[in-house]
Ligand binder design. Structure first.
Ligand code: SIN
Length: 314
């Protein structure tokens, strides 16, 4: 039995990765992911220049998950591109690296993509259109026309493999509209979902919010978001051209959660909140748990059940 997963012409040892933002800000955190049992890993979403992000406290673990308003703290585009190029030089033939960008504007995104295009980078770029935490900057992927315009400009100049990170959608009309836009472009993948934006958690003892930015409003992750994540993975899996793969992110805490994302059609799986809680050792635990479930169900490979969710009309 194997957890091997083929994605972008490469066979990864397993489908698990970190979600961008968790354990991937510095070279030393990235090196820990590289040494872990994760099948692949991704860098922190970066901006053209270094950002301090929002004031602390800005990440808080809550009983059913997490709430955060990090505000895209990162060490700047060049820091991560230098890391990526050095990584590729040292690890030729190893699994491709995922490189996340989240420009402060369309122009910023296009400038970073042009630099990636003109560099020797051979991995996969993720364009994050869904950060809910930068005051004054709405999530671009909730604006359908702006998303179409940006992707048109992106693919006029970018020829390397590209995925996009989406926020959750909550209506069939929006699944349909976004899928119709995405199907017009040669995307390598869609990553669903980013956190559920702008939740509010109240500490029952102090009657206070638990994070400082935006008066306590922040993106929700963890157990809270799994049903929404599964719905988005399923909705895009059943609407997108089969060439566009799905990375499932949201509420993956154990092997059963991972199994459900795969059943909905995900090819790779990203872990955020639970990685933040447990550290990179989670990848050992969760690969074992997924293998046990597959064995119990009599599957030798993920390909045998990917996308095979049953509905009550069959
Ligand atoms: C953040 O840095 O605020 C989180 C990144 C994201 O949600 O895209």
């Amino acid at each position: 039995m194997t957890l091997e997963t083929t994605f972008f012409n490469h066979t990864f040892a397993n489908p698990f990765m970190n979600a961008s933002g968790v354990h991937c800000m510095t070279v030393s955190e990235l090196a820990e992911l590289d040494r872990s049992s994760a099948g692949a890993f991704i860098t922190k979403s970066c901006t053209l220049t270094e950002r301090a992000g929002n004031p602390e406290p800005r990440y808080f673990d809550v009983p059913l998950g997490s709430i955060n308003s990090m505000g895209l703290p990162n060490l700047g585009f060049s820091y991560y591109l230098d890391y990526a190029l050095a990584y590729e030089k040292e690890n030729e033939g190893k699994q491709p690296l995922f490189f996340s960008i989240a420009g402060m504007s369309a122009a910023g995104n296009l400038e970073m993509l042009t630099m990636i295009e003109n560099s020797a980078f051979k991995g996969i770029t993720e364009l994050n259109l869904s950060c809910p935490n930068v005051p004054g900057k709405p999530q671009l992927a909730y604006d359908f026309d702006a998303t179409f315009d940006l992707l048109k400009q992106v693919f006029a100049r970018f020829t390397k493999p590209l995925g996009i990170k989406l926020p959750p959608y909550f209506d069939f009309a929006h699944f349909d509209q976004m899928a119709a836009i995405l199907n017009q472009f040669p995307l390598t993948y869609v990553n669903s979902i980013n956190s559920i934006g702008n939740g509010l958690y109240i500490d029952p003892k102090s009657d206070s919010v638990v994070i400082k930015p935006k008066d306590g409003f922040g993106g929700l992750g963890g157990e809270y978001v799994k049903p929404t994540a599964l719905a988005n993975v399923r909705a895009f899996y059943t609407r997108l051209n089969p060439e566009i793969k799905i990375i499932g992110t949201g509420g993956i805490r154990n092997g059963q959660d991972a199994y459900e994302h795969l059943l909905c059609g995900a090819t790779m799986l990203q872990i955020g909140t639970e990685l933040h809680k447990e550290g990179p050792a989670i990848f050992d635990r969760i690969t074992k748990e997924l293998a046990v479930i597959m064995e119990e169900k009599g599957y030798d490979s993920i390909a045998e059940f990917r996308g095979k969710l049953k509905t009550m009309n069959e």
